[in-house]
Ligand binder design. Sequence first.
Ligand SMILES: *[C@@H]1O[C@H](CO)[C@@H](O)[C@H](O)[C@H]1NC(C)=O
Ligand SMILES: *[C@@H]1O[C@H](CO)[C@@H](O)[C@H](O)[C@H]1NC(C)=O
Ligand SMILES: *[C@@H]1O[C@H](CO)[C@@H](O)[C@H](O)[C@H]1NC(C)=O
Ligand SMILES: *[C@@H]1O[C@H](CO)[C@@H](O)[C@H](O)[C@H]1NC(C)=O
Length: 400
Amino acid sequence: MSTIKKIVITIFLAIVMGISIFLCIVDQPKTSLNLAGEIANESIRYQFSNQLAKFSKNYQSVEDFNKALLNFQENQKVIDKYNAKNNGVQLGLNKFFDMDINAFKAQYLGKKKVSSAIIKKAKDDANSLSLAALKAAAASTQPTPKPDKRNLQWFFMKTTQTTTPKPPSVSTDYRGDSVGSFDWRSYNKITTPKDQLGCGSCYAFSSIGAMESLLLIKNQSLFQGINLSEQQIVDCTIPQGNEGCLGGYELSVYQYTSRTGIATENNYPYIGKKQICKRTGWIKTNSFQYYESNLSAVTIRKIIAKQPASIGICSSDRQFMLYKSGIFMNTESYKCCVDVDHAVLLIGWGKDKTYGNYWIIKNSWGTGWGEGGYMRIQMIEDTYEQTCGIGYDLTHPLIN
Ligand SMILES: *[C@@H]1O[C@H](CO)[C@@H](O)[C@H](O)[C@H]1NC(C)=O
Ligand SMILES: *[C@@H]1O[C@H](CO)[C@@H](O)[C@H](O)[C@H]1NC(C)=O
Ligand SMILES: *[C@@H]1O[C@H](CO)[C@@H](O)[C@H](O)[C@H]1NC(C)=O
Ligand SMILES: *[C@@H]1O[C@H](CO)[C@@H](O)[C@H](O)[C@H]1NC(C)=O
């Protein structure tokens, strides 16, 4: 045996002994250790360690480990029970496998309840300058850092020559009167789903997603491959009433971008923590459209047929958190929550022979969640209350 190997083994043994001694002398709350030992059997522990490896997870303390193990076990139970119903929806383990619903809610949602004061403030403040004024403002703005030739002035010179974007030529169903199907992804108008990380910034992701799509609809070749900056929203929209990683409002984001503009992701990258605002603009939007609630399915479709919009949704239960595939729906044994606490991007809808009509949403929990970062969710035709609260706080930016 080489000396190096011996040294390594010695160090390893020392660490193991150190840990054992540590565990003996530190006054561990025995209950949590025992609890985990009793509840989680060999097979659960084995599956848990697989997940730890898969998602490169580790914990600061034995207590955290045990808590995570118990959460994992609970999540696995929810998955097994739900999948056994065989209703076309599959739940599965994802990066939230070790979380309970409270931690999940605190870290991965982040939509604040809109009040009439906030609506009024955003509407009053949002810039709806005339086109001429926007162009003049753009001409006098020197974007920093300068994003090549696609600067603000150039953007307005080019895009304002066109009027409303021509809808892609598809079937008549496209305009939303009848259900049919429509998916903005088929027209390459949706950027890849991103990940808000452990930061309650869904409001930034859904509204930035709406802006990215609108720009692609306006001019595909110009905006292909451009991501806009959610971090700028997290850092800079406190005066508009947002709270960084502790939640915010989509309409306040549009209020902000109509005045200051928004940088690219490359110029202002996402870190998932609130930091000091680096004031920088690039693309400006022109005010926004807001619908509080009570929209029929056909009205929602007509809006979405023009552009993807940010919407409120209720996401704070384990079934939503662990969604893997299929058309998420209310069933006799499962009713999803309706108290809107998350914001996503509504990008289209479709029709399934077996399970009926559905909406398509783009989420911000990475591409490992759901169907590549997306979810299909039951559409209800003759009602003003959609599944999981979809249809509340529907908002989209405007560009003339
Ligand atoms: C371990 O626990 C799970 C869930 O409680 C149970 O389904 C499984 O049968 C148990 N496995 C063994 C080997 O006891
Ligand atoms: C845009 O963001 C997506 C998702 O994070 C990423 O996969 C893609 O590489 C980004 N594109 C550019 C041009 O930065
Ligand atoms: C889109 O941008 C390109 C430059 O990439 C420009 O040549 C074209 O005229 C623009 N199209 C529209 C419809 O504005
Ligand atoms: C929702 O809108 C419909 C149609 O406009 C109307 O009949 C109904 O009273 C509205 N409901 C609420 C709660 O506002």
